[in-house]
Design a protein around this ligand. Structure first.
Ligand SMILES: [Zn+2]
Ligand SMILES: [Zn+2]
Length: 176
């Protein structure tokens, strides 16, 4: 059993209880600096220590705090490692989500095995996979076919780019 951090045992900080979502601080490339920006401000970093990018604690569009660790008061899970893909308030894709989608699209655009129609289909599928809409299963099927066409290198490259932006379920369906 993994050791629990003090925060996950009790949501009590400086004598006060913290209920609900803490605030997360994330760098523009999607590295989570801390899930406890609200309760442990000493963990805040101006720049990411993994990639040097600027960090944010709020949605650039609506200024709502990025949701971090969920203090529930009773059941405590480990903090999520990944940053949310979209703002829970405005539905805006966070900068790291946009960057990862753009990078995946670039790779598809540079893949010689893909026709222009393939690239367009990949673009649409990518959006449906990231957003987890009713079209997601269809998008997953299409992407699997495209990745077979693109070959191992393209498939692996896309997996690396999209590792944080796709859900575990989608990743499992595509890459096993
Ligand atoms: Zn970073
Ligand atoms: Zn927002």
């Amino acid at each position: 059993m993994p050791l629990m951090s003090p925060e996950s045992r009790f949501g009590r900080f400086g004598g006060r209880e913290w209920h609900g979502y803490d605030t997360a601080q994330v760098c523009l490339n999607g590295h989570v600096i801390t899930q406890f920006a609200g309760t442990r401000p000493e963990r805040l970093k101006k720049f990411c220590d993994k990639c040097g990018a600027e960090t944010i604690i709020a949605c650039p569009k609506c200024s709502k705090s990025i949701q971090g660790y969920h203090h529930t008061g009773s059941v405590h899970g480990p903090p999520r490692k990944e940053a949310p893909a979209f703002c829970h308030e405005s539905g805006t894709a966070f900068p790291w989500t946009e960057a990862q989608i753009a990078a995946a699209q670039r790779l598809a655009d540079e893949t010689a095995e893909f026709t222009p129609e393939d690239r367009e289909q990949f673009r649409q599928s990518l959006n449906d996979m990231v957003k987890q809409t009713p079209s997601t299963p269809l998008a997953v099927n299409r992407s699997k076919k495209l990745l077979l066409k693109g070959g191992r290198l393209v498939s692996d490259g896309l997996r690396d780019i999209l590792v944080d932006v796709l859900s575990e379920a989608v990743k499992k369906q595509i890459w096993g």
